[in-house]
Design a protein around this ligand. Structure first.
Ligand code: PRP
Length: 181
């Protein structure tokens, strides 16, 4: 697996430190409010970040999971957002926080946000570990952002290429010859 890696962009320790800071920020933002509903917005990529982040939040929160896919097995977005698994909770009147691994074109999250807003939550905020603003096509900004990153093809810490590399501890740049870039 390591043969396919060009370099480490964000090492495990740096991610851990930033996730703890995000957890503290979110804890402060929701303190005193009704317990929020935390939705792991886009399985499968978000699951590693989600599971680390929720353990850094000191609130009586609820979990739910949404599976949406727009990328298939390739490196480029198809632009088509497919709902694979909906959340189970009724979010009307609830504070909703969508947890996402990466906002790239923003098409996925923008679609998910519209879908959730139609269900009339009391509030909707977004936490994204990674933000790639140079690739944005949809007008969307996360409320909590871990790292703003350059336009490189990254894998690890939940992110894949062709369903591989999700279990890498660091966030790494994939070698161009691997994805044909
Ligand atoms: C990836 C990633 C984000 C989305 C971001 O998901 O996890 O959810 O793409 O891209 P965008 O901002 O350009 O829409 P993907 O569809 O690859 O599924 P996965 O989470 O199962 O890897």
């Amino acid at each position: 697996m390591k043969d396919a890696i060009d370099k480490i962009l964000l090492p495990e320790a740096e991610i851990r430190e930033r996730v703890a800071e995000l957890g503290a920020d979110i804890t402060a933002a929701y303190a005193g409010a009704e317990p929020p509903l935390f939705v792991c917005a886009v399985l499968k990529g978000s699951v590693v970040f989600f599971s680390d982040l929720v353990r850094c939040i000191e609130l009586p929160l609820c979990f739910d999971f949404l599976s949406v896919s727009s990328y298939g097995d390739g490196a480029e977005s198809s632009g088509q957002v497919r709902i694979l698994k909906d959340i189970q909770c009724n979010i009307e009147g609830k504070h909703l926080l969508l947890i996402e691994d990466i906002v790239d074109t923003g098409i996925t999250l923008n679609t998910v946000r519209e879908m959730m807003l139609a269900r009339r939550p009391a509030s909707l905020k977004i936490c994204a570990l990674l933000d790639k603003p140079s690739r944005r096509q949809a007008a969307i900004t996360a409320d909590f952002i871990g790292f703003t990153i350059p336009d490189e093809f990254i894998v690890g810490y939940g992110l894949d290429y062709g369903e591989k590399y999700r279990n890498l501890k660091d966030i790494c740049v994939l070698k161009k010859e691997v994805f044909g870039g």
